[in-house]
Design a protein. Structure first.
Length: 408
């Protein structure tokens, strides 16, 4: 047995204890909603019972509520290889994409094409439609999965390229440095969606000279359901951020209550209105777990976990109609494995019934995310064994597993 695949030799194994993992659950859905850090309830309780209930409005100053977008951004910055003042936490990924695309277009007023990947997470596509609708004469050009066709599509009319660092479905990990260089050499602005890589894939936004990036915090950063997203801007753009959601939090002097908008310094320009402080408080607790973690160690374990799961399923589930949809080479994928099966939905429901939680994606994908801070190698072995059992016994055929829920 390969020693690196044993929990007793795992340098990250102690982190598991910082998370609440329900008894009997193998949680392989941290790429959708990360597990709760044990400190979150107490931190949120304190924010409710002390900061809100007793300290009331003084908490905007006294408890640092007003500064949370910046202080949380500073905690995320080292995880994405950015200067502390180049990341700010605010709003949702979708809203931040809207802002980032507009900011990018403002930097290339003489160009009119948004280049995006046709299989990207739908919100990226929908919001780029919304951005086009709000500007004159815009067009969108779509390229294939894994950025296939990027070079041919990168003509001198392209203002901005929007891509996901890790694809939500295939898990394909793109080469941030090479693509950013290519895009910028063609005179366009690069916007990365980091939802499926932040907190699990090492990266350096600054070193790659990325223009803008957005990402969510409720997946591998474990911020909790609907926790606010982050947005990054390259230092070179800090003084030139233009986005249409010009709310009072972005004002240079919010408490001067002036009638005219005047943009604040740096990433403040990306703020809009009042933030969800309780949600930010839970995120603050979650980010503290990353304080001493080496992101490279996370990546090493992530590669080992996904490889183990892929090998076990390929070996054991051969002949049951299971296929592998995710990127085959471990170093070219994020921290997920996507399998295919004609009855993927039913099989996933049967797995969840047995405590193995992943999710289903259309049309036939069983998606499993591996969050190295709390998923163990034993979890992976047990999950593969339970999958085999469900396939062998045909347990997934029970009628109750075909009932479709709103969230899959
Ligand atoms: C790549 C990607 N972008 C954006 C989002 C969603 O953004 P929001 O938090 O605004 O719903 C997701 C959600 O899963 C995603 O996978």
């Amino acid at each position: 047995m390969n020693n690196t695949l044993q929990d007793e030799n795992d340098p990250l194994s102690a982190y598991r204890d910082q998370f609440h993992i329900p008894k009997g659950v193998i949680y392989l859905d941290g790429n959708s909603l990360g597990a709760m850090v044990k400190t979150a309830p107490e931190r949120v309780r304190h924010a409710v019972e002390q900061e809100w209930a007793n300290d009331l409005i003084s908490s905007w100053n006294k408890a640092g509520w007003w500064e949370l977008p910046q202080s949380l951004g500073a905690k995320i910055a080292p995880l994405v290889g950015a200067a502390t003042d180049s990341v700010i936490v605010t709003d949702s990924t979708t809203i931040n994409l809207y802002k980032a695309l507009h900011a990018a277009l403002a930097l290339r007023p003489d160009r009119n094409v948004i280049l995006a990947e046709k299989d990207n997470f739908p919100t990226d596509l929908y919001i780029s439609e919304g951005v086009m609708a709000g500007r004159e004469n815009m067009q969108r050009r779509l390229i294939g999965e894994r950025a296939k066709g990027l070079e041919e599509a990168l003509k001198d009319d392209v203002a901005v390229v929007l891509l996901s660092h890790v694809d939500y479905c295939t898990g394909a990990l793109l080469d941030m440095q090479a693509i950013t260089q290519k895009v910028q050499a063609a005179g366009a602005i690069m916007v990365w969606d980091l939802c499926h890589s932040a907190g699990v894939v090492p990266m350096s936004l600054d070193d790659c000279n990325v223009d803008f990036a957005v990402g969510c915090t409720y997946k591998y950063l474990n911020g909790g359901p609907g926790s606010p997203a982050f947005i990054y801007a390259n230092k070179a753009h800090h003084d030139y951020i233009e986005q249409p959601l010009t709310g009072w939090w972005a004002h240079a002097e919010p408490f001067a209550f002036k009638q005219e908008f005047e943009v604040g310094k740096g990433l403040r320009a990306f703020l809009c209105g009042t933030q969800g402080i309780l949600s930010m408080t839970a995120l603050d607790a979650a980010l503290d777990v990353f304080k001493d973690v080496n992101i490279k160690a996370i990546r090493e374990k992530s590669v080992a976990l996904t490889s183990l799961f892929e090998n076990l399923t390929l070996e054991q589930c051969h002949g049951f109609g299971i296929g592998v949809f995710s990127e085959k080479e471990a170093t070219k994928r994020g921290s997920q494995i996507s399998l295919t099966h004609e009855n993927a939905y039913e099989i996933m429901q049967a797995l969840i019934d047995r405590g193995v939680i992943g999710d289903f994606r259309q049309p036939n994908i069983l998606r499993f995310g591996f969050s190295p801070l709390y998923v163990s190698f034993d979890d992976v072995r047990n999950a593969a064994q339970i999958l085999l059992d469900i396939l062998t016994t045909g347990a997934w055929q029970e009628a109750r597993f075909s009932k479709r829920n709103a969230v899959t």
